[in-house]
Design a protein around this ligand. Sequence first.
Ligand SMILES: [Fe+2]
Ligand SMILES: [Fe+2]
Length: 157
Amino acid sequence: MKGGNMNKKVVDLLNQARAKELGAITQYMAQHYELEDKDFGKLASKLKETAIAEMKHAEKLAERILFLNGEPTSKPDAVAKKGQEITEMLKTDIALESEAIKMYNEAAVVCAAEKDQISKDLFEELLKDEEGHVDMFDNIKDHVDKLGASYLATLTG
Ligand SMILES: [Fe+2]
Ligand SMILES: [Fe+2]
């Protein structure tokens, strides 16, 4: 037996986080294809990069769940929104990242209380990335809000 007795509370949190990551992956990939299609190549690449970062998160969560003898979920926590304008897309992304940050902060506290330092460290590691993501999306949205079309033009190619 690898991880000993399964701590259901921690495994459930890891799976909730994994469902969030899977939701973010589907959302960012959908946006990546739509933006690519509209010739916003530079913004599309950022979404693709972020989706890949979330894939790594989903994988790390699965590894931890398996170690704890749990079963990694394969269900995203939400259906990807399609056909949004760029500002709406960015609002969606900021909301996804903010919800993840809130949930991972709370999860880290529970993991500490459950004396699972490794899972706590994992949530904190993911938090650093999610804070980077929300900061990036916020910056882009700020520029779009302030500069409009002239900024959007820099995201093409
Ligand atoms: Fe993530
Ligand atoms: Fe993220």
